[in-house]
Design a protein around this ligand. Structure first.
Ligand SMILES: [Zn+2]
Ligand SMILES: [Zn+2]
Length: 319
Protein backbone atom coordinates (compact mmCIF):
# COMPACT_ATOMS: atom_id res chain seq x y z
CA UNK A 1 0.00 0.00 0.00
CA UNK A 2 1.25 3.44 -0.91
CA UNK A 3 -0.43 6.33 0.87
CA UNK A 4 -0.09 9.83 -0.51
CA UNK A 5 -1.29 12.97 1.28
CA UNK A 6 -3.07 15.46 -1.00
CA UNK A 7 -4.70 17.61 1.70
CA UNK A 8 -3.70 17.85 5.36
CA UNK A 9 -5.37 21.04 6.60
CA UNK A 10 -8.37 20.90 8.93
CA UNK A 11 -11.61 22.83 8.71
CA UNK A 12 -10.76 25.40 6.01
CA UNK A 13 -8.37 25.74 3.04
CA UNK A 14 -5.43 27.86 4.18
CA UNK A 15 -3.29 29.39 1.42
CA UNK A 16 0.07 30.76 2.55
CA UNK A 17 0.23 34.55 2.71
CA UNK A 18 3.11 36.89 1.88
CA UNK A 19 3.96 37.42 5.58
CA UNK A 20 4.55 33.71 6.11
CA UNK A 21 6.51 33.38 2.85
CA UNK A 22 8.81 36.26 3.85
CA UNK A 23 9.34 34.67 7.26
CA UNK A 24 10.43 31.44 5.54
CA UNK A 25 12.78 33.35 3.22
CA UNK A 26 14.30 35.19 6.18
CA UNK A 27 14.91 31.98 8.13
CA UNK A 28 16.25 30.28 4.99
CA UNK A 29 18.70 33.13 4.34
CA UNK A 30 19.86 33.12 7.99
CA UNK A 31 20.53 29.39 7.66
CA UNK A 32 22.38 29.90 4.35
CA UNK A 33 24.54 32.66 5.88
CA UNK A 34 25.62 30.31 8.67
CA UNK A 35 26.42 27.45 6.27
CA UNK A 36 28.33 29.63 3.83
CA UNK A 37 30.36 31.07 6.69
CA UNK A 38 31.56 27.51 7.34
CA UNK A 39 31.97 26.52 3.68
CA UNK A 40 31.78 29.28 1.04
CA UNK A 41 31.92 26.68 -1.79
CA UNK A 42 28.67 24.98 -0.72
CA UNK A 43 26.31 24.57 -3.70
CA UNK A 44 22.87 26.20 -3.23
CA UNK A 45 21.22 22.90 -4.27
CA UNK A 46 23.04 20.97 -1.50
CA UNK A 47 22.35 23.72 0.99
CA UNK A 48 18.61 23.63 0.28
CA UNK A 49 18.41 19.83 0.42
CA UNK A 50 20.16 19.84 3.84
CA UNK A 51 18.03 22.67 5.23
CA UNK A 52 15.56 21.68 8.01
CA UNK A 53 11.92 21.13 6.86
CA UNK A 54 11.01 24.53 8.31
CA UNK A 55 11.70 26.80 6.43
CA UNK A 56 12.54 24.65 3.37
CA UNK A 57 9.15 22.89 2.96
CA UNK A 58 5.48 23.74 3.28
CA UNK A 59 2.73 21.99 5.26
CA UNK A 60 0.15 22.89 2.61
CA UNK A 61 -3.27 24.51 2.80
CA UNK A 62 -5.56 22.00 1.05
CA UNK A 63 -8.16 20.23 3.17
CA UNK A 64 -8.31 16.50 3.78
CA UNK A 65 -7.72 14.10 0.89
CA UNK A 66 -5.54 10.98 0.85
CA UNK A 67 -4.87 8.42 -1.85
CA UNK A 68 -4.14 4.76 -1.20
CA UNK A 69 -2.75 2.72 -4.09
CA UNK A 70 -2.33 -1.04 -4.00
CA UNK A 71 -1.70 -2.68 -7.38
CA UNK A 72 -4.58 -1.75 -9.64
CA UNK A 73 -6.74 -0.56 -6.73
CA UNK A 74 -7.21 3.09 -5.86
CA UNK A 75 -8.90 4.27 -2.68
CA UNK A 76 -9.44 7.98 -2.09
CA UNK A 77 -10.06 8.96 1.53
CA UNK A 78 -12.21 12.09 1.71
CA UNK A 79 -12.70 14.75 -0.92
CA UNK A 80 -11.45 17.94 0.68
CA UNK A 81 -9.91 20.57 -1.59
CA UNK A 82 -6.83 18.35 -2.02
CA UNK A 83 -9.01 16.26 -4.35
CA UNK A 84 -8.56 18.85 -7.11
CA UNK A 85 -4.84 18.13 -7.56
CA UNK A 86 -5.36 14.41 -6.99
CA UNK A 87 -7.99 14.42 -9.77
CA UNK A 88 -5.57 16.08 -12.19
CA UNK A 89 -2.87 13.59 -11.27
CA UNK A 90 -5.22 10.61 -11.74
CA UNK A 91 -6.19 11.94 -15.17
CA UNK A 92 -2.52 12.00 -16.20
CA UNK A 93 -2.16 8.35 -15.15
CA UNK A 94 -5.49 6.80 -16.16
CA UNK A 95 -8.18 7.20 -18.78
CA UNK A 96 -11.00 5.54 -16.86
CA UNK A 97 -11.98 2.73 -14.49
CA UNK A 98 -13.04 2.43 -10.86
CA UNK A 99 -12.13 4.85 -8.12
CA UNK A 100 -13.20 3.89 -4.60
CA UNK A 101 -13.93 6.87 -2.41
CA UNK A 102 -14.27 6.41 1.36
CA UNK A 103 -15.97 9.30 3.14
CA UNK A 104 -15.36 9.85 6.85
CA UNK A 105 -18.22 12.36 7.06
CA UNK A 106 -19.58 15.30 5.08
CA UNK A 107 -18.32 18.38 6.91
CA UNK A 108 -17.31 20.86 4.20
CA UNK A 109 -13.59 20.35 4.55
CA UNK A 110 -14.07 16.68 3.58
CA UNK A 111 -16.28 17.08 0.48
CA UNK A 112 -15.56 20.50 -1.03
CA UNK A 113 -13.13 19.12 -3.61
CA UNK A 114 -15.74 16.90 -5.31
CA UNK A 115 -16.99 19.55 -7.81
CA UNK A 116 -13.33 20.05 -8.83
CA UNK A 117 -12.37 16.35 -9.06
CA UNK A 118 -11.56 15.90 -12.77
CA UNK A 119 -12.49 12.17 -13.10
CA UNK A 120 -16.06 13.12 -12.12
CA UNK A 121 -16.29 14.87 -15.50
CA UNK A 122 -15.31 11.74 -17.48
CA UNK A 123 -17.90 9.13 -18.45
CA UNK A 124 -15.25 6.38 -18.44
CA UNK A 125 -14.70 6.69 -14.69
CA UNK A 126 -16.92 5.03 -12.10
CA UNK A 127 -16.83 6.66 -8.69
CA UNK A 128 -17.76 4.22 -5.92
CA UNK A 129 -18.76 6.20 -2.84
CA UNK A 130 -18.47 4.31 0.43
CA UNK A 131 -19.91 5.84 3.61
CA UNK A 132 -22.18 5.13 6.54
CA UNK A 133 -24.62 7.79 5.32
CA UNK A 134 -27.73 6.47 3.56
CA UNK A 135 -28.45 10.01 2.31
CA UNK A 136 -24.96 10.70 0.90
CA UNK A 137 -26.29 11.35 -2.62
CA UNK A 138 -28.72 13.97 -1.23
CA UNK A 139 -25.89 15.62 0.69
CA UNK A 140 -23.80 15.84 -2.52
CA UNK A 141 -26.83 17.20 -4.41
CA UNK A 142 -27.21 19.88 -1.72
CA UNK A 143 -23.55 20.86 -1.95
CA UNK A 144 -23.70 20.97 -5.74
CA UNK A 145 -27.08 22.66 -6.08
CA UNK A 146 -27.07 25.37 -8.77
CA UNK A 147 -27.37 27.99 -5.99
CA UNK A 148 -23.85 27.07 -4.89
CA UNK A 149 -22.16 25.54 -7.93
CA UNK A 150 -22.56 25.84 -11.73
CA UNK A 151 -22.56 22.05 -12.31
CA UNK A 152 -25.15 20.03 -10.40
CA UNK A 153 -24.08 16.74 -8.86
CA UNK A 154 -26.47 14.69 -11.02
CA UNK A 155 -25.04 16.32 -14.17
CA UNK A 156 -21.51 15.04 -13.52
CA UNK A 157 -20.81 12.68 -16.45
CA UNK A 158 -19.03 9.91 -14.48
CA UNK A 159 -20.86 6.79 -13.32
CA UNK A 160 -21.72 6.95 -9.61
CA UNK A 161 -22.30 4.01 -7.31
CA UNK A 162 -23.26 4.43 -3.67
CA UNK A 163 -22.28 1.78 -1.13
CA UNK A 164 -23.81 2.36 2.29
CA UNK A 165 -21.99 0.45 4.98
CA UNK A 166 -22.99 -0.05 8.56
CA UNK A 167 -20.69 1.67 11.05
CA UNK A 168 -18.52 -1.00 12.62
CA UNK A 169 -18.86 -3.44 9.73
CA UNK A 170 -16.20 -4.78 7.33
CA UNK A 171 -15.94 -5.13 3.56
CA UNK A 172 -13.32 -5.74 0.89
CA UNK A 173 -11.81 -3.90 -2.04
CA UNK A 174 -9.98 -6.65 -3.98
CA UNK A 175 -7.42 -8.06 -1.51
CA UNK A 176 -7.78 -5.09 0.87
CA UNK A 177 -9.77 -5.89 4.04
CA UNK A 178 -11.56 -2.80 5.29
CA UNK A 179 -12.99 -2.32 8.77
CA UNK A 180 -14.93 0.72 9.95
CA UNK A 181 -15.27 2.33 13.35
CA UNK A 182 -17.35 5.34 14.46
CA UNK A 183 -15.25 8.13 16.00
CA UNK A 184 -15.96 10.89 18.52
CA UNK A 185 -17.08 13.92 16.48
CA UNK A 186 -20.14 16.21 16.31
CA UNK A 187 -22.40 14.71 13.62
CA UNK A 188 -20.27 11.56 13.52
CA UNK A 189 -17.15 10.53 11.61
CA UNK A 190 -15.91 7.11 10.52
CA UNK A 191 -12.43 5.64 10.71
CA UNK A 192 -11.23 3.13 8.09
CA UNK A 193 -8.74 0.35 8.85
CA UNK A 194 -7.25 -1.20 5.72
CA UNK A 195 -5.22 -4.38 5.81
CA UNK A 196 -3.40 -6.24 3.08
CA UNK A 197 -0.38 -8.60 3.21
CA UNK A 198 -0.49 -8.28 7.02
CA UNK A 199 0.16 -4.54 6.82
CA UNK A 200 -2.35 -2.23 8.49
CA UNK A 201 -3.09 1.37 7.58
CA UNK A 202 -5.69 3.35 9.58
CA UNK A 203 -7.15 6.74 8.74
CA UNK A 204 -8.81 8.42 11.72
CA UNK A 205 -9.63 12.06 11.26
CA UNK A 206 -12.11 14.33 12.94
CA UNK A 207 -12.13 12.69 16.32
CA UNK A 208 -11.81 14.03 19.84
CA UNK A 209 -9.84 12.00 22.32
CA UNK A 210 -9.86 14.20 25.40
CA UNK A 211 -11.20 14.78 28.88
CA UNK A 212 -11.70 12.79 32.07
CA UNK A 213 -12.73 9.69 30.07
CA UNK A 214 -9.57 9.68 27.95
CA UNK A 215 -8.15 6.46 29.37
CA UNK A 216 -11.48 4.72 29.00
CA UNK A 217 -11.77 6.02 25.41
CA UNK A 218 -8.30 4.69 24.57
CA UNK A 219 -9.23 1.34 26.06
CA UNK A 220 -12.52 1.14 24.15
CA UNK A 221 -10.80 1.90 20.84
CA UNK A 222 -7.72 -0.24 21.36
CA UNK A 223 -9.09 -3.30 19.54
CA UNK A 224 -9.66 -1.33 16.36
CA UNK A 225 -6.38 0.61 16.41
CA UNK A 226 -4.14 -2.09 17.83
CA UNK A 227 -0.77 -2.62 16.10
CA UNK A 228 -1.41 -0.34 13.13
CA UNK A 229 1.69 -0.03 10.97
CA UNK A 230 0.64 3.44 9.90
CA UNK A 231 -1.97 5.69 11.52
CA UNK A 232 -2.90 9.05 10.01
CA UNK A 233 -4.74 10.79 12.83
CA UNK A 234 -6.45 14.07 13.67
CA UNK A 235 -4.06 16.23 15.72
CA UNK A 236 -5.47 19.68 15.11
CA UNK A 237 -4.81 21.31 18.44
CA UNK A 238 -2.28 22.14 21.08
CA UNK A 239 -3.24 20.83 24.51
CA UNK A 240 -4.45 24.32 25.52
CA UNK A 241 -6.66 24.57 22.44
CA UNK A 242 -8.11 21.11 23.10
CA UNK A 243 -9.16 22.38 26.54
CA UNK A 244 -10.66 25.61 25.11
CA UNK A 245 -12.46 23.78 22.29
CA UNK A 246 -13.93 20.86 24.17
CA UNK A 247 -16.72 19.26 22.14
CA UNK A 248 -15.46 20.62 18.78
CA UNK A 249 -14.38 17.14 17.77
CA UNK A 250 -10.58 17.29 17.42
CA UNK A 251 -7.54 15.92 19.22
CA UNK A 252 -4.33 17.51 20.51
CA UNK A 253 -0.99 16.39 19.06
CA UNK A 254 0.34 15.06 22.36
CA UNK A 255 -2.87 13.10 22.98
CA UNK A 256 -2.61 11.51 19.52
CA UNK A 257 0.87 10.43 20.65
CA UNK A 258 -0.55 9.03 23.92
CA UNK A 259 -3.20 7.08 22.01
CA UNK A 260 -0.66 5.67 19.55
CA UNK A 261 1.65 4.50 22.34
CA UNK A 262 -1.27 2.82 24.05
CA UNK A 263 -2.40 1.11 20.85
CA UNK A 264 1.06 -0.09 19.78
CA UNK A 265 1.06 1.95 16.56
CA UNK A 266 4.37 1.85 14.64
CA UNK A 267 4.17 5.08 12.66
CA UNK A 268 1.92 8.06 13.40
CA UNK A 269 1.22 10.91 10.99
CA UNK A 270 -0.34 13.97 12.63
CA UNK A 271 -2.86 15.67 10.37
CA UNK A 272 -5.94 17.95 10.07
CA UNK A 273 -3.83 20.96 11.02
CA UNK A 274 -5.55 23.96 12.56
CA UNK A 275 -6.04 26.71 9.92
CA UNK A 276 -4.97 29.38 12.44
CA UNK A 277 -1.53 27.73 12.77
CA UNK A 278 1.22 28.78 10.41
CA UNK A 279 3.95 26.28 9.48
CA UNK A 280 6.22 27.55 12.22
CA UNK A 281 3.53 26.90 14.86
CA UNK A 282 2.82 23.41 13.48
CA UNK A 283 6.52 22.51 13.61
CA UNK A 284 6.75 23.93 17.16
CA UNK A 285 3.83 21.76 18.29
CA UNK A 286 5.38 18.79 16.51
CA UNK A 287 8.67 19.38 18.32
CA UNK A 288 6.82 19.51 21.64
CA UNK A 289 5.01 16.28 20.79
CA UNK A 290 8.33 14.58 19.87
CA UNK A 291 9.90 15.78 23.11
CA UNK A 292 6.89 14.61 25.10
CA UNK A 293 7.13 11.18 23.44
CA UNK A 294 10.83 10.77 24.27
CA UNK A 295 10.38 11.91 27.88
CA UNK A 296 7.16 10.00 28.57
CA UNK A 297 8.43 6.70 27.18
CA UNK A 298 12.22 6.70 26.59
CA UNK A 299 12.13 3.10 25.30
CA UNK A 300 9.38 3.70 22.73
CA UNK A 301 9.65 2.58 19.11
CA UNK A 302 6.92 4.87 17.77
CA UNK A 303 7.90 7.10 14.84
CA UNK A 304 5.94 10.31 14.40
CA UNK A 305 5.63 12.70 11.48
CA UNK A 306 3.74 15.87 10.78
CA UNK A 307 1.52 15.53 7.70
CA UNK A 308 2.63 17.61 4.72
CA UNK A 309 0.91 17.92 1.39
CA UNK A 310 2.62 15.66 -1.16
CA UNK A 311 4.26 13.33 1.38
CA UNK A 312 4.06 9.63 0.62
CA UNK A 313 4.29 6.55 2.87
CA UNK A 314 5.00 3.09 1.52
CA UNK A 315 3.81 0.09 3.51
CA UNK A 316 5.70 -2.72 1.84
CA UNK A 317 5.53 -6.41 2.61
CA UNK A 318 4.89 -7.72 6.13
CA UNK A 319 7.97 -7.57 8.34
ZN1 LIG B 1 -12.51 18.15 9.26
ZN1 LIG C 1 -15.63 17.26 10.90
Amino acid sequence: MIIKLWGVRGSLPTPMGIGELRGKLRRGLDYAKEQWAKDPALEPRTLISDMPPEPSSVIGGETTCLELTHGEHTIVLDLGTGARKLGQDLMSRRSGGDINIFLTHTHWDHIQGLPFFAPAYQKDFTLHFYSCLPDLRTRFQRQQHRDHCPIEFDDLPCRKEFHTIEAGSSFEIGPIQVQTQPLIHPGGSISYRMEVDRKVFIFATDTEFYGPDLHQQMQEYSRFFKDADLLVMDAQYSLEEAEQKKGWGHTAMTIAVDCSLRWGVRELVLTHHEPAHDDLTIWKLFQEASQYLDEYDPSHSLRIYTAREGDQYDLGQAR
